[in-house]
Design a protein. Structure first.
Length: 502
């Protein structure tokens, strides 16, 4: 029954983009409804992953394999584990909200916008399913095209600069990964990820491969110091582009570490874990201070994304210290689980924050904090959602923003209390920049006459923000279903960390 479910999830939105394009600009309403139908069908199909996937089994499941390039031994290989399932569900959920959110906002070529969003959805799902390294690379690179189009056509005044910077950074980084994959292929004779994970490598080989993968995935996360493309891309992107970029595309960097870096070069990963931990702490603390001084709401939330994703890389690599130095399997597992929960949580919270900024921008056509003030006086329901998401962004207990960060801090304390202290410091900085923005935007008297004319959120906007709010609260109050879904896969990863190749 579920033999080709993964292929369906990948190709349904990509093929579904064709009738959306054929609807043309003359029938924008038809294009919107077709795109929504395709997105809903993809989400419904992704829900079938839950009964099809056995969460108690750590093996890759729902496997598909077909010869793709016979002369090179390349296969169209797909499979998922608990981490992949969670990220696919996040992708299909967010895509629906992005399409609904852009329903009335995108008036210029809406059929092309919706089609690009559907193609992007299919390619991102492909990344999370691929078990052949070359297939992974194809999906990994192909994602740049629809995002390049989304920012370049529907972006802000500096969209050309932002798109070029985004494309050059990410494309250049992935070239290093391609070189590493070619080397592995010449050594193993295959691109199969499971075989590559078993391939014996010397420390010198692992070191070169580690940095090849690090450059590619660090740009995607993004990690300090290769994060500077993200604020520009977010500021110039349309609201839907910012939501997808923050909610899903950034997670691909963390996912790449799990699929490539940790299993293929475990000894080099352990040796250089300190470097990733230091860079993660810099992201958590320093970038938080950078966010504190921003005048543009989008840029502030973009920098906060860099800080929050620092928890993901910290949780992943702190596990090495715990497994190999302290032999503390439980704490290592806690850190890895926290990183995974943080990835999903950040998808909800950042997507919601950018959606809120988009709601205000659609009314006032400015993202400058100084242009607002007293918004809650004219938009009380919007103010409710904005405060909720701001609290989640600050890591308030009861919201999804707290769970993953708390788990990573606990694991860090088991490794080194000083690391935990620096990591926990983000709760103070995060509250500072987020609540400082909320205070200036929502509270106080209305001084800008244009703010008085802002209308309360409509039904479409309420649906989008309410869906994000339910996800943030559900994960914050009851994270166990997500943890259970990924538990066996995380345990398998932690066990792999203890295996030496030299």
């Amino acid at each position: 029954m579920f033999n080709h479910l993964l292929s369906l999830l990948i190709w349904l939105p990509i093929v579904g983009a064709i009738p959306v394009l054929l609807a043309g600009s003359a029938r924008p309403g038809l294009a919107r409804w077709i795109s929504l139908l395709v997105a809903v069908l993809a989400f419904v199909a992704s829900l079938f992953l839950l009964p099809a996937y056995n969460a108690a089994d750590s093996a890759m499941q729902l496997t598909e394999s077909h010869v793709w390039i016979a002369s090179l031994g390349v296969h169209y290989g797909l499979a998922v584990d608990g981490i992949s399932v969670a990220l696919i569900l996040l992708t299909t959920f967010v895509t629906i909200l992005v399409i609904v959110g852009a329903w009335e906002v995108i008036q210029d070529k809406p059929h092309q916008y919706m089609a690009a969003m559907l193609v992007l959805e299919g390619l991102m799902i492909g990344v999370f399913c691929a078990t052949d390294a070359l297939l992974f690379y194809v999906f990994f690179e192909a994602m740049l095209i629809p995002m390049f189009i989304l920012i370049g056509i529907w972006g802000g005044p500096r969209r050309v600069y932002a798109t070029l910077k985004f494309f050059i950074y990410t494309f250049l980084g992935s070239i290093f990964m391609l070189i590493g994959l070619i080397y592995l292929y010449l050594k193993a004779g295959t691109f199969d990820l499971h075989t590559l994970a078993m391939l014996p490598l010397t420390m010198k080989e692992q070191t070169w491969l580690f940095f090849a993968f690090l450059i590619a995935f660090a740009v995607k996360v993004p990690m300090v110091p290769v994060h500077t493309w993200l604020p520009d891309a977010h500021v110039e992107a349309p609201t839907g582009g910012s939501v997808v970029l923050a909610a899903v595309m950034l997670k691909i960097g963390g996912y790449g570490f799990l699929r490539f870096t940790l299993p293929i070069v475990p000894d080099a990963s352990e040796h250089f874990a300190w470097l990733i931990i230091v860079l993660s702490l810099i992201a958590v603390v320093y970038i938080g201070y950078v966010a504190l001084v921003q005048d543009d709401m989008k840029k502030l939330v973009a920098y906060s994304s860099v800080a929050h994703m620092g928890f993901v890389t910290l949780g992943i690599f702190i596990a090495f210290m715990l497994v190999r130095d302290a032999n503390n399997i439980d704490a290592a597992k806690l850190g890895m689980q926290g990183a995974m929960v943080q990835m999903i949580s950040h998808g909800f919270v950042s997507g919601a924050m950018f959606s809120c900024i988009g709601v205000m921008y659609d009314r006032l056509h400015t993202r400058q904090i100084k242009d607002y003030g007293g918004v809650i006086n004219v938009m009380p329901w919007f103010g409710f959602f904005y405060v909720l998401f701001a609290m989640a962004n600050s890591g308030l207990p009861g919201t999804s923003g707290f769970v993953g960060e708390f788990m990573v801090v606990l694991a860090s304390f088991a490794a080194n209390p000083w690391i935990a202290l620096f990591a926990a410091f983000t709760l103070i900085i995060g509250a500072a920049y987020t609540l400082w923005m909320v205070k200036r935007v929502l509270w106080g008297d209305v001084t800008n006459p244009h703010v008085r004319e802002m209308k309360e959120i409509n039904g479409r906007e309420t649906f989008v923000l309410a869906a994000f709010a339910l996800a943030v609260l559900a994960l914050g109050i009851w994270p166990q279903p997500l943890i259970h879904l990924m538990d066996a896969s995380v345990s398998q990863l932690v066990q792999q960390l203890a295996v030496h190749k030299i």
